[in-house]
Unconditional design. Structure first.
Length: 303
């Protein structure tokens, strides 16, 4: 590790993913500010982050804000907003980033790092996130499984995360890793959202593995045409996610259940658009994208 010193950390977009990694960094003694929605920030300020982990359940002391300016002073900035808000959010924090800050992009999607970098001067490190989490209530994070990262080349970022107990691997093919995660998201997110089922139950449905195979093969074809090198066992690795995270509902499923906009345009929708540009048909991805968009537009029942 390059340094054992504690640092200031800001998490911009403190939802389930941001709270997990921010919480782990805070538990390691770093000074962490969670920047998010008022509903959660009020609880963070009153009693810290309620971190319900696999091996612990505790209140983690954190600072909290709803203001982008709260990234000021942070050496490490975790960028965790929805893909739909990328450019706007990057522009919001740009004036307040320290000259020596490092931004780590923890978002879904394959093109967000470039979108962030277009708005900020500081280096943006892409990261592929494998963690099953959810916000169970205001200020309350529940961890269901895994909690590791694959990042682009940056030894300092690796050292910071590993000193906080987060397994972190550096990849010299980060584009391939990002596309591998996109494959997983395209295979699971929409199906979990449409069915409102967790991965372990969903994958056992009649015809679901075949549908997932179609989605994976289409996405791999688009990746190959985009010049991205992928592992030959990508389909098998994708199926295994259900074994590792059987109780997890996709973020898209959670968004739909709460009546929130989803990131589907940056998942299956991205594959459809990229496929159109490259002349590659993507019927399975197109169908899942269209169904989620339809559900997204459905009026919520009044309670």
């Amino acid at each position: 590790m390059t340094s054992g010193k504690t640092i200031r950390v800001a998490v911009f977009g403190a939802g389930a993913v941001g709270c997990f990694f921010g919480g782990m960094l805070a538990r390691a003694g770093n000074r962490v500010t969670l920047i998010g929605r008022p509903l959660h920030v009020e609880e963070f300020r009153k009693s810290g982050l309620h971190f319900e982990g696999l091996r612990f359940n505790e209140q983690v002391p954190v600072e909290a804000s709803t203001d982008a300016a709260a990234v000021r002073g942070a050496r490490l900035v975790l960028f965790c907003v929805k893909s739909t808000d990328t450019e706007e959010a990057a522009a919001q924090i740009a004036p307040f980033l320290e000259a020596d800050a490092i931004v780590v992009n923890l978002q879904n999607g394959v093109d967000n790092t470039e979108r962030i970098q277009s708005k900020v001067l500081q280096p943006v490190v892409p990261a592929v996130v494998y963690v099953a989490t959810e916000m169970k209530g205001p200020g309350h994070l529940k961890h269901h499984g895994r909690g590791d990262l694959v990042i682009g080349p940056n030894e300092q970022v690796k050292a910071w995360f590993e000193s906080a107990g987060v397994p972190t691997a550096i990849s010299d093919n980060i584009a391939g890793e990002l596309w591998a995660k996109l494959v997983v998201n395209c295979a699971y997110n929409a199906l979990s959202a449409i069915t409102q089922l967790p991965y372990g139950t969903m994958i056992e449905g009649a015809g679901i593995r075949d549908t997932m195979r179609d989605v994976v093969e289409e996405t791999l074809a688009v990746a190959k045409a985009s010049g991205v090198t992928m592992a030959p066992d990508t389909l098998a690795r994708t199926y295994r996610i259900a074994e590792a995270m059987p109780t997890q509902y996709s973020s898209t499923a959670q968004d739909l259940a709460r009546g929130k906009p989803t990131e589907i345009d940056h998942l299956n929708g991205y594959v459809v658009r990229r496929g159109e540009a490259l002349g590659i048909p993507t019927p399975a991805n197109r169908a899942l994208h269209a169904l989620v968009k339809l559900l997204e537009s459905k009026p919520r029942a009044s309670t």
